[in-house]
Design a protein around this ligand. Sequence first.
Ligand code: C2E
Ligand code: CA
Ligand code: CA
Ligand code: CA
Length: 278
Amino acid sequence: ARSQGGRRWSQFDQGMIHAVERRHNLASDLRLAIERDELRLHYQPIVDLASGRVVGAEALMRWQHPAHGLVPPDYFISLAEQSGLINDIGAWCLDTVCAQLAAWQADGLDIHVTVNVSARQIPDGLTPAHVVAAAARHGIAHQRIGLEVTEGSLLGESAATLEWLDSLRQAGFRVYLDDFGTGYSSLAYLKRFRVDTIKIDRAFVRDMGRIASDRVMIEAVVMMASGLQLKVVAEGIETAEQLAMLRAIGCHFGQGYHFSRPVPPAEFPAALARIASL
Ligand code: C2E
Ligand code: CA
Ligand code: CA
Ligand code: CA
C-alpha cells in the first residue's frame, strides 16, 4: 500500500479495510457509492515550471465511506475494475470534472483537467462519443480535457485501442501517458501510440537527487519528448531541490506535494494562492 497522504487518511484503518475486503463488503458498498453520492474528486494543481503558473489539475478520486472515512483510490479502483463498476464510476468522474470545469470557467479560471482512465475502460467503457457528450453537456472545449492512460492499458495494441486513441486526439482531447518509465516504455512505443504528454513516474523524481541514472533518465525523456513535440509532466515533486533540477533540465510541467496535495474543490483557490506566492 502507498504511504502518501498518510496524515490526511489517518482515520482510515488499513488493517480493517483488508478484513472488510475479504468479506466483499466494500465491493457491494461500492455498487451503491454513486447513488449515495459518496464519491469525491480531489484536484492536484499542475504547474508550468518555467512560469510557475498553474495551468491544469489532475482529478483524483476518493470514496467518502460512511464507516471507513475517506478511502484512497488504491483500495477501491481495483475492486471497481474487477466488478466492471469502473465504467459507471469513470462516467461519473468525467461528468463531475466537466461540471467543475464549467464552474471554474464561470469564475474566470481557465485551466485544463485530466482524468485517469483504467485499462478496463478502453475501448468500450469510455468511448470517444461518451467524452464528446460529457463535454457538450457542460459546454467545455475539448482541449481542456485530458485523459491519462498507462502504458499497460495500451499494451494490447489492438486496432480498437489505437482507434480509441486516435479518435480522441482527432476530436481535440489531450491524451497523457501516465507513470512513464515504470512499464515497457520505449521509443518505438511512443511512435506507435501518439499521445500529447508524458507523465514521468514519481519514482524517478523521488530519487533524482541521489541516483544519477534517474536524473539522466528524466533528462533523456525530456529531450526525446521535445524532439517528438511532446510535453512532459514530472510527478511527485516534493522538494525545492527537485523542482530546481527539473527546471534546469527544461521539464515543462510538474505536480507534487511541493506545490499542493490533491485538494477538494473548495480548497482549490487557496492552493492556487499558495502556489502563486512560492
Ligand atoms: P496516479 O494516477 O499515478 O496518481 C498520482 C498519485 O500520486 C496520487 O495518489 C497522488 O495523490 C499522488 N501524489 C501526488 N503528488 C505526490 C507527491 O508529491 N508525493 C507522493 N508521495 N505522492 C504524490 P492517489 O490520489 O492515492 O491515487 C492513486 C492512484 O489511483 C492513481 O495513481 C491512479 O492510478 C488511481 N486513480 C485515482 N483516481 C482515479 C480515477 O478517477 N480513475 C481511475 N481509473 N484511477 C484513479
Ligand atoms: Ca494519473
Ligand atoms: Ca502517475
Ligand atoms: Ca500510478
